[in-house]
Design a protein around this ligand. Sequence first.
Ligand SMILES: [Zn+2]
Length: 97
Amino acid sequence: MICEARNSKNQGGLETVELDQNRMGRLTRMNALQGQQMAQESERRRLLKLKQIEGALISLSNDDFGYCFKCDHEIAVERLKFDPTITRCIICCESKN
Ligand SMILES: [Zn+2]
């Protein structure tokens, strides 16, 4: 009885997929669009990080590395160890201005 119930349930699920070709097409398009958006966001983040690294390298060559670009105080070493491209001290970072 249990197997029969499962089989009929599974067949119902298969029928829905087989009969609804338009729905599958939409899902495939949605997956493709979602994949494209994720790839675009990944590329945007990669380019942003590249700019941040270039900025850190410029600040190194100018002897400005490790100083907050906003208030000019030293940035905590722990913050720089976490992310050497950080450009603001914790106070300026948390002040939201
Ligand atoms: Zn600061």
